[in-house]
Design a protein around this ligand. Sequence first.
Ligand SMILES: [Zn+2]
Length: 118
Amino acid sequence: MDDTQVRERLDELRREATGRLAALEEQLDDIAVARRDANSDDEHDPEGSTLAFDRAQAAVLAADARRQLDEVDAASARLDDGTYGRCERCGRPIPDARLTARPTARLCVDCQAAVERR
Ligand SMILES: [Zn+2]
């Protein structure tokens, strides 16, 4: 992939994550309103505990979307300073196939595996 293609892919990912995050934040707002309306404590009210569960799930997904946005920003910064596509651990080039599948990859497959084993 050349830089232009990478930027397009990153823009796509950014749009996707931004949209996802906006939807989740709306959902979290709705849940907050519903919980206020229910006006009861989560532990003893079945509906309250469902809302608490929904809220926890939406919060996890929202954190995930934020993380993706951070990754996209970091990848854009690496493109700008010319370090994009190089493994941050061993310095070798990350294969194109991996970057195509995961444009925000910071590590080559070997290093990723080594880091995940730790
Ligand atoms: Zn590496």
